[in-house]
Design a protein around this ligand. Structure first.
Ligand SMILES: *Cc1c(COP(=O)(O)O)cnc(C)c1O
Length: 551
């Protein structure tokens, strides 16, 4: 299949002007649309009649097939795309890149290990690719420089509650003409994650430990992107999970998991996927895989106690805060008081500690468009697109001003047809780690789950129980290696006879604590102006050093 003319546009629609279309390079380098919306593909390719031909491909070759459908050849040639993809996955340690591990044959439960990349988290799948993509675009721009013209330079900024930061840093370290600034909430990422980020000493890598929460960091990133001063000086790019290239890269492993299942189950018809979810990037890739034609029976969102998505699927309201109890009485006073408190809860699964899920907007866009097309089948596509975009715009304005919005019941129904949700508490997370290790709830013994993956497995087990005898296998996504979250794993397993944390510690983590670190602290009083200054100062320093080095 030849790539259709891959066009992208924004999920939002403000006025009556014509819809703007963007190419892949634009979408990747911009990250976020100027109107505040997210880029989405104009058409989702349908591979229903051809995907089985891909079943024996290696992971990089499969990634190439999937991505080719979303990137026009005039933007990146076949040979170039193959090269980028192969280099991106050559850094993975496992021959299958994302191996599928059976946890319980009888229950039909499998674990898709997505953590064999350089930073031991699933985000490497996307960020190894994105780093190479950025470099590819810049090298190409700088090849055609006129004499005297300044080199193109990209300043990547991102916020992280842990994994994005280290995965982005490892994706971009040492890349030419790219600087990366990663903000993380000071003291709120796991020690291993902090060490992974701050021990990278490449001159183009800058870690900012920000006083505040992850959402504060994310707000700074958004403010910098909207800031004319910053945009005058720097060409900013985003690595957060709103970047379309990340979603695109993640689509591959849904296909890969299905093909791995097919090897042991030749008459496989369908599979379910359970995804520990935060910003909705990982599971959104599953939605695209399903829309492309992969037979996914259900996509299951597993949240921690930051459960905005779980509450949405129950009520149709997307709301930062749970509703306060209507008639407070003595018995529930304390819970009620807690529910009133806005903000993110800190849990054992910090990479899922979010107040809102950025990528959810993309799903809503697709569902709203579908709804419009069904309700008004006779109007032009373009006007349905407009109505859907205006709706999204309205909802997200409302979220900003009131903290919540509610969708049409038909759109909620659509969301429920495709997705289910489970909320897994902190206590249940530790229980899942322990029960799985003991082999009490799965037949595999002594498997050590990280707390995020444990949330997925806990949700999987509930789903299997709820759906009863069922021949549709369940694939639970494992998003991090347990050694990254030593605290929670130790807490869950310290009483277990024979358990020794060092036995799960990869050699790459040994001695990490003693390595030299590079990190800049930002207090809340310095805020945005402080961050803006740091970025300009550090980029200037880098450019100077490069000039001195090359002259
Ligand atoms: C980022 C992350 C998640 C959540 O993924 P989203 O795409 O944000 O939903 C889950 N687990 C781990 C370990 C992560 O790093």
């Amino acid at each position: 299949m030849v790539a259709n003319n891959s066009k992208y546009s924004s999920t939002r629609y403000h006025d009556s002007s014509l819809r703007e279309f963007f190419g892949f390079e634009d979408v990747v380098l911009k990250g976020l649309a100027a109107d505040g919306g997210l880029f989405h593909p104009h058409d989702i390719p349908n591979v229903r009649s051809q995907y089985l031909q891909w079943k024996d491909l290696s992971f990089p070759d499969l990634a190439y097939q999937v991505m080719r459908l979303y990137i026009d050849e005039y933007e990146i040639s076949d040979a170039e795309l193959k090269d980028i993809v192969h280099r991106s996955y050559s850094t993975f340690r496992h021959p299958d890149t994302v191996p599928l591990v059976p946890l319980d044959d009888q229950k039909g439960l499998y674990l898709l290990e997505l953590f064999h990349g350089p930073t031991f988290a699933f985000k490497d799948v996307a960020l190894q690719f994105l780093g190479n993509l950025f470099e590819f675009f810049l090298v190409r721009k700088n090849k055609n420089l006129q004499t005297g013209e300044a080199r193109h330079h990209l300043t990547v900024i991102g916020a992280t509650s842990g994994d994005t930061g280290s995965a982005a840093i490892y994706g971009l370290r040492g890349k030419k003409d790219v600087s990366i600034f990663i903000m993380f909430p000071d003291g709120k990422v796991s020690p291993v994650q902090e060490a992974q980020m701050t021990t990278v000493l490449d001159p183009n890598v800058h870690c900012l430990a920000v006083q505040g929460t992850f959402d504060d960091c994310q707000d700074y990133v958004k403010a910098l992107f909207a800031d004319p001063e910053t945009n005058k000086i720097h060409h900013l790019a985003a690595v957060n999970s709103i970047n379309w290239a990340r979603i695109l890269a993640q689509i591959t492993y849904y296909f890969s998991a299905y093909f791995q299942l097919l090897k042991t189950k030749p008459d496989l018809k369908q599979a379910k996927f359970v995804v520990p979810t935060g910003n909705f990037g990982d599971i959104l890739a599953g939605y695209y895989a399903k829309r492309m034609g992969l037979p996914i029976a259900k996509l299951i969102i597993a949240t921690n106690e930051n459960d905005i998505l779980h509450r949405f699927w129950q009520t149709g309201s997307y709301s930062k805060k749970p509703k306060p109890p209507q008639e407070p009485h003595e018995g529930i006073k304390e819970d009620g008081a807690q529910a009133h408190e806005a903000g993110v809860k800190e849990t054992y699964s910090p990479a899922m500690d979010i107040l809102v899920s950025s990528n959810f907007e993309r799903l809503l866009w697709h569902l709203s468009l579908e709804h419009e097309l069904e309700t008004n089948p006779h109007v032009k596509m373009e006007s349905s697109v407009r109505v859907a975009g205006q709706k999204i715009d309205g909802w997200f304005q409302e979220l900003k001003s009131t903290g919540s919005f509610t969708v049409d019941p038909q759109i909620l129904d659509k969301a429920r047809e495709i997705f289910d949700t489970y909320r897994v508490s902190n206590a249940e997370t530790l229980e899942a780690i322990r029960d799985c290790y003991r082999g009490d709830v799965i037949s595999k013994k002594e498997y050590v789950l990280d707390p995020h993956s444990a949330i997925g497995v806990a949700a999987s087990l509930r789903e299997i129980k709820a759906s009863g005898q069922c021949d549709v296998p369940t694939v639970s996504l494992a998003t991090a290696h347990p050694a990254k979250f030593a605290g929670a794993v130790d807490l869950a397993l310290q009483e277990e006879k024979g358990f020794d944390f060092n036995s799960v510690l990869p050699e790459q983590f040994v001695g990490l604590d003693d390595k030299e670190r590079k990190v800049l602290k930002v207090s809340s009083s310095e805020g945005l102006p402080g961050i803006r200054q740091i970025i300009t100062r550090e980029v200037d320093k880098e450019k100077e050093a490069r000039q001195n080095g090359s002259s």
